[in-house]
Design a protein around this ligand. Structure first.
Ligand SMILES: Cc1ncc(C[n+]2csc(CCOP(=O)(O)OP(=O)(O)O)c2C)c(N)n1
Ligand SMILES: [Mg+2]
Length: 783
């Protein structure tokens, strides 16, 4: 519970406390509106583009955020803020002297406050980035699970735990990933999670469906949540007790969302007309209407739970256990602004006369718009300042620094003359699992119901599943033979997930934020069938955007999974790997490359300027290389190395990635006689090669002398007019750009059609990935 504030001790003091919080709410409404207004109307414009911002979405939440941040929040709680309420979050930190006027003035400008709260780009503490609606909500549940994991593993004291809170818009309830997350949360006995819905019944386009009324209660309660509905504020509840009040309450209960919005927009006189008509003859109504002037009537009718500080405080204070709780706070979009209730107010903005009106209403003098407590008088300003500074959020635990987990200089290379990269990956993890290396203790594995088919099984057998409530393996107890142990304990290191890929990427995000969130570095390793990365792509992007660190393994991949057929073949994932910032992607072919890249990944995931890492793997068994030395390794990490060195000034080279290594090698062998000195380039990462190449060029434009890029150096061994054949089991575009590095002719091979079912020789021939296709392509270069 919160430490009791001296201001809350007695009844009059509580009234005073609520009055002060109401003042703070007005400031937040003002500052968020003014921030948007300033950026759109006062700041110099150079491009004719709308700056944007969401005054109505902000005003919808200011009371909720006041009650949460200045009353209910504990220092260890973490919050994901509805993206378009970002300016309110910044205003809160402005009141705390943690945000500058300069940055507010540059809202949505370069170096200014970001449009939507950003962990990495904003300078105030942002626990979770938000922007893609739904994801920022669900991630809080997974972070709560990660918190439980750390407690169970002795890495976090129960006393240091907090609630993971999402402040969400009601339209976010339409996102499917919310329900996927509810199901997973129930399975994992979710706790310490609050979702607070700004239930303004408006989305971007319009008012939302009345039919959903109370449906959300059922859905959440079924999944183990407590649902607290804050429909009415204190004014309304008191009015309901007056003669005619019951009829008024019933009327509100039955009022369609759109009608309520229209009347809110039109204001007091419209409310009066409508109520007088609809409730004509009801005893007490005439007196009730006569008791309120138009402004008072409008205030009464919009006094919904989410705008009543008192109601919000009571609701938040009443929850003292750790049961997941959904607060449905009824609100008006644009509350307290002339935009209130209008169906087009999502991107609507107050015009100059309207913002001037608001300024005047709040007693703020022209020119004092950025003064924190303008127009309130010294004494009230001092009291508000003291309240703000004494609030728990002022003692908020911000991002932590986690001690690095040492990574061994080398990970043992799996043995075997013939091996697939997927098997090698599983073996490297298994060896770690068996060891007492500290690295192994921090690895957490997970998969969307593909643990066994992606070779995570051996690690899981060794390290066990994680559950807060222990779970026996019934098959094992019954002595039924099975390759897979499925016992779950608090000590386990694999988090079992259902098939939903969005959940998988959100859990990877939460695990990958354990270091800044909870002060302990975890090293998440997650596997997914490569094509189904696309299912969770936005969640993957979401994780990368906030610099979560994880190792993603997409396997198996490409048409190389042969018999699994077209529906399971990934084609464009190499391009996803190249195009996704915050994710270094690799496609190795040999087991020693896998071990090398995994070692590098565990270090890179922890580096200050590191990132997440993606390995695209395959189940294809490939004959392993005998290496003369380890001179290839640094080049492989940089993205490519000469598997067969070209002769100086060679006329051609074959560049391949991943599973098609045997075809590339066979073609190289067969061409030896015709093209002596032909090079064979193993491209382990088109992604890193390309990035390094563009960075080197950018550096030259800026006049910085830089070494040539890695790919320029490698291709520099060839004759200037040498031809290149590129080949991979994926979009040919991932490698065809190599021709542009030095202006060489290139013949790109790869898959760019949906594949068929078949065996490998048939498929490679059909899709022109076999050695004959490579030889033909080389020949074509010399025609
Ligand atoms: C995944 C995704 N789709 C679409 C959008 C564009 N968008 C931004 S806000 C919004 C509607 C928000 O409505 P609601 O969540 O109810 O918030 P309110 O502004 O009403 O508080 C939409 C569609 C988005 N940000 N993310
Ligand atoms: Mg809404």
């Amino acid at each position: 519970m919160n430490a009791p504030s001296p201001l809350k001790a007695t009844v009059p003091a509580r009234a005073e406390y609520i009055a002060m919080l109401t003042q703070i709410e007005e400031r937040l409404r003002w500052l968020s509106s003014w921030t948007v207004h300033n950026a759109n109307n006062l700041r110099e414009k150079r491009d004719g583009l709308k700056v944007g911002g969401h005054q109505a979405s902000c005003a919808s939440m200011t009371a909720i955020m006041t009650a949460l941040y200045f009353h209910a929040l504990r220092p260890t709680d973490k919050v994901a803020v509805k993206p378009h309420a970002g300016p309110v979050l910044h205003a809160i930190h402005y009141l705390l002297d943690e945000q500058t006027r300069d940055k507010l003035e540059r809202f949505r400008g370069l170096g200014g406050v970001q449009s939507y709260p950003s962990r990495t780009k904003d300078t105030i503490p942002v626990d979770f980035s938000t922007g893609s609606v739904g994801l920022g909500v669900a991630v809080t549940a997974f972070s709560s699970l990660v918190q439980d994991y750390l407690v169970a593993h002795g890495q976090l004291a129960e006393a240091e735990t907090g609630r993971m809170i999402a402040l969400m818009g009601d339209a976010e309830l339409d996102e499917g990933n919310i329900y996927e997350c509810l199901i997973e949360g129930y399975k994992h006995d979710l706790r310490n999670c609050w979702w607070i819905v700004d239930y303004n019944r408006q989305s971007l386009d319009a008012t939302t469906a009345d039919r959903m009324f109370r449906r959300f209660d059922d859905i959440f309660e079924t999944c183990g949540w407590r649902v607290v509905t804050l429909k009415h504020g204190r004014l309304q509840r008191e009015a309901f007790k007056q003669p005619g009040g019951q009829a008024l309450e019933d009327w509100i209960e039955n009022c369609p969302n759109a009608d309520f919005a229209v009347l809110t927009y039109l204001g007091g006189a419209a409310w009066r007309d409508r109520l007088a008509k609809d409730l004509a003859g009801v005893p007490g109504i005439d007196a009730l209407l006569a008791d309120h002037d138009d402004a008072e009537l409008a205030r009464l009718m919009t006094n919904l739970g989410g705008h009543c500080i008192e109601t919000l405080l009571d609701a938040f204070d009443a929850v003292t256990d750790d049961k997941p709780t959904l607060f449905i706070a009824y609100t008006v979009k644009g509350y307290g602004l002339p935009l209130a209730g209008h169906k087009d107010n999502h991107s609507g903005m107050m015009n100059t006369a309207q913002i001037e009106g608001l300024r005047h209403e709040l007693g703020i003098a022209p020119g004092a718009e950025w003064d924190k407590w303008a127009g309130l008088g010294d004494s009230l300003a001092a009291s508000l300042e003291a309240l703000v500074k004494a609030s728990p959020i002022a003692r908020k635990v911000s991002d932590r620094r986690a001690a690095a987990v040492p990574v061994p200089a080398r990970l043992p290379v799996p043995e075997g003359a013939v091996l697939s990269t997927q098997a090698a990956f599983g073996k490297v993890l298994y060896d770690l699992a068996k060891s007492d290396d500290p690295l192994a203790g921090r690895i957490v594995t997970t998969a969307p119901d593909v643990t066994q088919t992606t070779n995570l099984g051996a690690f899981v057998n060794q390290r066990g599943l994680f559950r807060r409530q222990e779970l026996a393996d019934v098959f094992q107890k019954a002595r039924i033979p099975s390759a897979q142990k499925w016992t779950a304990t608090t000590a386990g290191q694999h988090i079992e997930l259902g098939i939903a890929e969005n959940n998988f990427f959100l859990l990877m995000t939460s695990l990958g934020l354990a270091a800044p969130h909870f002060g302990t570095r975890l090293l998440p390793v997650g596997t997914v069938y490569d094509p189904f990365i696309a299912r969770g792509l936005d969640a993957l992007n979401y994780g990368c955007y906030q610099d979560a660190r994880f190792l993603l393994v997409g396997t198996p991949s490409g048409i190389t999974l042969a018999g699994e057929g077209g529906a399971h073949q990934s084609i464009n994932t190499p391009l996803i790997g190249m195009g996704q910032p915050g994710l270094e992607s690799f496609e190795p072919a040999f087991a020693d490359e896998v071990a090398l890249l995994m070692q590098w990944a565990f270090a890179h995931m922890q580096a200050e300027d590191g990132s997440s890492v993606y390995l695209r793997l395959t189940t294809r068994q490939i004959e392993q290389q005998v290496r003369a030395d380890d001179s290839w390794e640094a080049d492989a990490i940089a993205g490519a190395y000469w598997l067969r060195e070209p002769a100086p000034g060679a006329r051609a080279a074959i560049a391949y990635s991943g599973a098609v290594a045997p075809e590339a090698m066979a073609a190289w062998e067969q061409l030896q006689d015709d093209l002596p000195g032909l090079g064979l380039l193993a491209v382990t990462s088109p992604d890193r090669l390309h990035r390094d190449w563009s960075q080197a060029r950018a550096a030259r434009w800026k006049g910085n002398m830089r070494q040539p890029s890695h790919i320029e150096t490698l291709l520099g061994r060839l004759a200037p007019d040498a031809g290149l054949v590129t080949v991979l089991d994926g979009s040919p575009a991932a490698l065809s750009w190599l021709g542009g590095v030095r202006g060489q002719r290139v013949s790109p091979l790869g898959t760019d059609r949906f594949g068929q079912t078949g065996d490998l020789p048939d498929l490679y021939r059909t899709y022109r990935l076999d050695s004959e296709a490579i030889i033909d392509a080389v020949a074509e270069l010399f025609l």
